[in-house]
Design a binder for this molecule. Structure first.
Ligand SMILES: [Zn+2]
Length: 64
């Protein structure tokens, strides 16, 4: 989960934003976040591993 609330409507229904976060922001733990309630796109801290990312299962080894 992302411990972040929408700055506009204070909803906690937050998901990862659709815009790719610049590397410089990701380095300090900031991601684009999107409010599911009012669709506000904003930046906020997201603890690594708490946002949606591709499944870890079976994706480790690439075939040669
Ligand atoms: Zn909102």
């Amino acid at each position: 989960m992302i411990s972040q609330r929408c700055p506009k409507c204070r909803s906690s229904r937050i998901r990862k934003g659709y815009k790719p976060t610049p590397l410089i922001l990701r380095l300090v733990g900031i991601h684009y976040l999107l409010c599911n309630h009012c669709n506000l796109l904003f930046t906020g801290f997201a603890v690594p591993g708490t946002v949606n990312r591709p499944s870890k299962k079976g994706a480790k080894k690439a075939r040669v």
